[in-house]
Design a protein around this ligand. Sequence first.
Ligand code: FES
Length: 106
Amino acid sequence: MAEYVKVIAASALSPGQACEVQAGGRTLALVNVEGTFHAVDNRCVHRGGPLGQGFVDGFQLGCPWHNWNYDVRTGEMTGNPEFRVACYPVKVEEGQVFVNSEPVAR
Ligand code: FES
């Protein structure tokens, strides 16, 4: 069972922003939605675009390559939930963001 890994200071990622982080050998996209952090696979299921470099609009994370959008709460592609990226547990402690590299079971 994977453990939580400290990935970034919470203050380093503003609301409405995304970034790429490393946890347990994976590259993940970390998103701040109004102060709540979410983590999903960084690799877009379309052609592998880096979601952590994408655009945040509410709970939507848009791929920077061809703008497929995903809901960061579920990992589902907007309008076509058959496509999805994995979601990962996130917690914040003492101003630090921790991510577990074991995906949330769906
Ligand atoms: S690679 Fe993400 S939308 Fe095409």
